[in-house]
Design a protein. Sequence first.
Length: 241
Amino acid sequence: MPVSSRKSGSKLVLQTAPQAAAAALRDAIISGELQGGDRILEQEWSTTLGIGQPTLREAMRELEHQGLLHKLPQRGTYVTQLSPDDYRQIMEVRIPLEVMAIERAAARMTPELAADLTEIVETMAGTENDTDVRRFHDCDVMFHRRIWEAAGNPYLRDLLEAITFRLFVFSIVGRWHDNPDKIDERRAAVQQHVGIVEGIKSGDPAIARRAYIAQTVGYWNQQYHLSLDEHDLLRGADTAS
């Protein structure tokens, strides 16, 4: 099987041809080259990527699994388009699960974890004037994955990965291209992550939980008008504890 490679920190990561094609399509979605509702033209993309259509279809199935593409019978495969109601429903599932990860990460707080999260947020802040949103997106994903790993529960990590991946992509795509408020929105996102870090660094699961819910609900309600109820979520988290 043909492979391509890329650097990821100090490790060499090998990819199969379908994985490399999936990464190329994912990059096209994140960059805005492919937008919500666009149809994936198989012949065009297989030519562009220099692969056969069976390889491209395998890559597309992977992106369907991640929620970035959806297939309509007899019509083709399209880039996913999330509505405000989709965001709300995803967040209603995401927040209780991520609260568990936040609490566990706080209980397992180490100087290394604090330094890693702080460094990621500082890098996010440095993307403020980037025209390409990819670096911000990568930092956002890295930040949450670091917390999920610190929680020490691979089943929880995998659930959060499956639920939130499309959220990380589509909450940025289409909002920060030619948006006059994009700098303010990025700053708000950075401040949200700063507040989450401060909660986790306390080492107290209850403090971390409250900081996470307050920061997350505040940000998503302000930027995406979701009307999530912070008090209901706090009550639910307290009951679950």
